[in-house]
Design a protein around this ligand. Structure first.
Ligand code: MN
Length: 432
């Protein structure tokens, strides 16, 4: 199916673990920005008292034509339509302007949004004469090597860097600091974080945070940041941004695809992006083992709750049989989701350590980020994830029972009124 590859991991975003509690309530739809404890750019001044405390999640800070609008007007924004009330956007732009050395971090099992956005912003910062390094605990998969600059990513622990020399760590598409995995220790040594994301569950762990849940991909935000920095988008950056958007929208199929998404895509094509090149590299280079694993997974397809629930299971044994690698089940959950009449789709994947990763999707009514949050996970309204201690059978029974109860309650309470908290980004790829 088109677009089921999506992007290696991201959109569920929140790296939900039963212990970690990365969930956070799914925020309301509107963009929000929260500025953290101290500004990025210069060293934090120990004499400056901490100004703004972080508002509780979901509470919308600064309103109206505040800093965001000012930034749009003042930053030479090349048509950037910065949402009103987003002081965080201007703060991010200021921090990017002020710093001279930046380390950009991919999230674990980086997806097209993480890779493409990081690449585009990294190139733009270099255009401004800044030094950047692009690292992660996992390298981009084969599918993304075609990107101009795609060979510049490094494993964080294989570069010899004095992290304390960096002005800030930039994290894109990371709802939770745990999303960077062990690279977190480098970020802690850098000491300052710029956090730009579109997951409503983002935990606002940065010193500067800009969270825009209505953005289809962080790639959209990245394009506006580059405009606001006054850097002309070139073809290489355009490839990164296009890949970010293509993967996070499921090839422009999901409900997060907005008119501005397509206008941006058109602009990227005008800059030289060849869409068939991206689609072919990202979606049509699957190794044989992945289709073999899919064949096994489809054999486990089951349906419940009167046809409104469907799920598949990938056990460790199945993965061993085909020689599967991390990330090979990406997009599989879209098969149960594609079944007519299905409202909630689940994929259970047994991890090497015995834990069970659950991918959640919904078609158009149920907010699965809320359901996943009951198990310590999170994500978007239409795509979420959580990870639970095994064994597989126990987790499956637990989760299915909960979902069936939820669907029955909805049916009993008068049927398919959409869950509160829409705004979600539709069924995008995941991997908590
Ligand atoms: Mn994303």
């Amino acid at each position: 199916m088109v677009g089921d590859r999506g992007g290696a991991m991201g959109p569920e975003g929140a790296r939900g673990t039963a212990s970690g509690g990365s969930a956070g309530p799914a925020g309301e739809g509107g963009p929000e920005a929260v500025v953290g404890r101290h500004p990025v750019g210069g060293r934090p001044d120990p004499h400056t008292p901490s100004p703004a405390a972080v508002p509780p999640p979901g509470e919308r800070p600064v309103t109206a034509a505040g800093a965001g609008a000012a930034a749009a007007a003042g930053e030479g924004g090349g048509g950037a339509d910065v949402p009103p009330g987003n002081g965080g956007f201007a703060q991010v732009v200021a921090a990017l302007r002020a710093g001279r050395r930046f380390a950009l971090f991919l999230h674990l099992s980086p997806d097209g949004d993480s890779i493409g956005s990081t690449l585009a912003l990294g190139l733009a910062l270099e255009r401004l004469g800044k030094r950047t390094i692009w690292v992660g605990a996992d390298l981009p998969g084969e599918a993304y090597r075609f990107l101009p600059g795609g060979d510049r990513f490094r494993l964080w622990n294989e570069v010899e860097e004095d992290w304390s020399q960096y002005d800030a760590a930039i994290l894109l598409d990371c709802a939770d600091l745990d999303r960077v995995g062990p690279a977190r220790s480098a970020i802690e040594r850098i000491g300052r974080i710029i956090n730009v994301d579109h997951h409503p569950s983002n935990r606002r762990y940065g010193d500067v945070n800009y969270i825009e849940p209505s953005a289809a991909a962080v790639g959209e935000i990245t394009a506006r940041l580059i405009d606001a920095l006054g850097v002309p988008l070139d073809a290489a950056m355009a490839y990164g941004i296009y890949t970010a958007i293509l993967t996070d929208t499921g090839s422009f199929q999901y409900e997060n695809t907005r008119p501005e998404t397509l206008r941006l895509a058109a602009r990227l094509l005008e800059l030289g992006v060849e869409p068939q090149r991206v689609a072919q590299s990202v979606f049509e280079q699957r190794p044989l083992r992945v289709l073999r694993l899919l064949r096994e997974a489809l054999g486990t397809l089951e349906v419940g709750a009167g046809g409104r629930l469907a799920w598949m299971t990938v056990s460790r044994a199945m993965m061993d049989r085909v020689g599967a690698q991390r990330g090979d089940t990406e997009g599989f959950v879209n098969y149960p989701r594609s079944l007519a009449g299905v409202e909630v789709a689940l994929l259970f994947v047994e991890e090497p350590d015995g834990r069970v990763r659950v991918s959640w999707r919904s078609s158009h009514e149920v907010d699965v980020s809320q359901l996943a949050a009951r198990f310590g996970g999170g994500g978007h309204a239409r795509a979420a994830g959580c990870t639970l201690p095994g064994p597989l059978d126990k987790v499956r029974v637990q989760v299915l029972r909960d979902v069936v109860r939820h669907l029955e309650e909805r049916a009993a309470s008068g049927g398919p009124a959409p869950d509160a908290g829409r705004g979600g980004v539709a069924g995008r790829e995941e991997r908590p």
